[in-house]
Design a protein around this ligand. Structure first.
Ligand code: SF4
Length: 70
């Protein structure tokens, strides 16, 4: 499965970090750490073992910045 994070929508609220700490983190400045790996849209494969966390993160993101693809 794949995750897409639209970093233009994301406002670093961090709810995804609480919902899926294995997948998301904030950096020292309180910004989503994925920003160092992409500028606009971060795309990555995610192990199905983390599916539940990933869907939870997508659901709680207040900006709907996280998209999950099977
Ligand atoms: S919950 Fe959404 S807006 Fe907040 S840091 Fe995660 S992706 Fe960004």
């Amino acid at each position: 499965m794949k995750v897409e994070v639209d970093l233009n929508k994301c406002q670093d609220h961090g709810q995804c970090v609480y919902a899926a700490p294995a997948l998301f983190a904030l950096d020292d400045q309180g910004r989503l750490s994925l920003r160092t790996q992409a500028t606009d849209v971060y795309v990555a494969n995610v192990d199905k073992a983390n599916a539940e966390e990933l869907y939870e993160a997508a659901e709680v993101c207040p900006l709907q910045a996280i998209t999950v693809q099977e």
